[in-house]
Design a protein around this ligand. Structure first.
Ligand SMILES: [Zn+2]
Length: 240
């Protein structure tokens, strides 16, 4: 009688872990994509105005650091806020479990029933889950969170810092390494090629069709570089 619910919890645990790993991977790909596009736009714009390698390196490095730190700070703030509200929800749940355990048991059984269990099985499952770890059961079934696996804001911040930096290094190296005449073509080609890759992988990781995602991603990057290059060229020609 209880075996189906155990199996279900087992499957769900695997699905959840795999899902969150894919989400992290997808976030990393998107962070790298941001680093590629914003740094490419920056260095190609500066290259439109000047041949000076030191200026290109300075602009690219400043863009890399500013971008990666702002991504990390934004991620830290948003994950901290989410974690605070998850902790508050867990504390409220803990209090309710202490103050009115019978109502909480009925609530858990009701939620399990809504997920497709018969009322008798749901009641039995709720009793067993409550006996094992009531707070954990309520956290997962009612709040949809795992109390042992709240996201660490520092991990999230480091992950986005590293992802953005990895992406930003590509256009930075592509613009400073080749001789002057080759800088922009090499950067444009390597950036567009890498945007095919990030667009394709983020679509696949999000279980979407890659074709359109790749076209949109490459078009976005091409537009960013086209606009900044035109502005840089105009400013350079005007002697600014
Ligand atoms: Zn509850």
């Amino acid at each position: 009688m209880t075996e189906p619910t155990d199996d279900e919890a087992h499957d769900e645990a695997h699905g959840g872990a795999l899902g969150s790993r894919l989400n992290w991977l997808r976030a990393a790909v998107l962070g790298a994509n941001d680093g590629i596009v914003s740094t490419a736009g920056l260095v190609v714009g500066v290259a439109g105005a000047t041949d000076d390698r030191a200026a290109l390196l300075t602009a690219g490095l400043a863009g890399l650091l500013a971008g990666s730190m702002s991504m990390a700070a934004g991620e830290y703030v948003s994950v901290s806020t989410q974690r605070d509200s998850e902790k508050a929800a867990l504390a409220a749940e803990k209090r309710e479990l202490r103050e009115r355990p019978e109502a909480e048991l009925a609530e858990l059984a009701q939620l399990l029933e809504e997920r497709g269990l018969s009322s008798q099985v749901a009641r039995e499952a709720a009793e067993q889950l409550t006996a094992r770890d009531a707070l954990r059961a309520h956290a997962r079934v009612e709040l949809g969170i795992d109390p042992d696996e709240l996201t660490d804001p520092w991990h999230a911040a480091w992950a986005s810092f590293l992802a953005f930096t990895a992406g930003a290094l590509l256009p930075l190296l592509a613009i400073v390494l080749p001789p002057p005449d080759w800088r922009v073509p090499v950067t444009v080609v390597s950036v567009l090629a890498s945007l095919v890759l990030t667009g394709w992988s983020s679509a696949r990781l999000g279980a979407a069709r890659p074709g359109r995602a790749v076209v949109r991603n490459v078009a976005g990057g091409a537009l960013a570089m086209g606009v900044t290059y035109a502005v840089g060229t105009l400013l350079g020609a005007a002697g600014v």
